[in-house]
Design a protein around this ligand. Sequence first.
Ligand SMILES: [Zn+2]
Length: 259
Amino acid sequence: MSATAELLLQTAQRGELHHAILCYGPNAATLREVALRIAKTLNCLNGTEGDDCTACRRIEQRMHPDVHFIEVTAERKMISVEQIREMVAAATLRPYEGRNKVFIIDPAHALSVGGSNSLLKTLEEPAGDTTFILLTRSPDLLLPTIRSRCQPVFIGGEVETNDALAASIVASLTRFSDDRDTAALLGIAALVAAQDDCSDAVALLGQVLCDAVAGRVPLSIDRDRLLAAADATTNAIRWLTVNADARMLVEQALAELVT
Ligand SMILES: [Zn+2]
């Protein structure tokens, strides 16, 4: 656990934690671990930052009635208005057995605009025994109205890479570079859109394109076109937060490569 995370847990232990924490950093697993530790610290029966008391165990097993997870699934890649409405309703109730209700929104950049708007008022004036923990790769991916209501905390961690996906993207880009086969680009769009975390996959595509600009991936594609496509992936990530179609966005970004 990083020094920042330890500090966060100590603040939680003193009962002085901000009611809405925005944990951000490059490693989703690390962010989740910190969120769980905060939930444990706020509810541990022994007053620790996480041990094997029944409350901590049930939080670990996701069976604690006061610790809620608002997440995406393989089929549903955005956090919907309905999920947030349920959460807002649960936030008005007293805790069932713990000291604190904890709502973990993971990843917060998957909040739809409607979901974000439904959340605003609750984020502003929650009940005293309620803590929201938002997890994201980057605060820039959240709407400013959400961001401004949270205390941002950077949580370090290893940068995640999806080597298999990166290799597939490079292989398809090479095929396009060699044969000007635009079907290869459509293939990339389909592949990226099928990933569990689309915005992570689009970010990875952007990274590969930047590597190509820097000459680290040898492609015979004009540098300006590579740059334009890389820029377009950055915009695509923003559009994904408003429920835009991932496949279409990536197709449009990669169209920048075609003369
Ligand atoms: Zn405990």
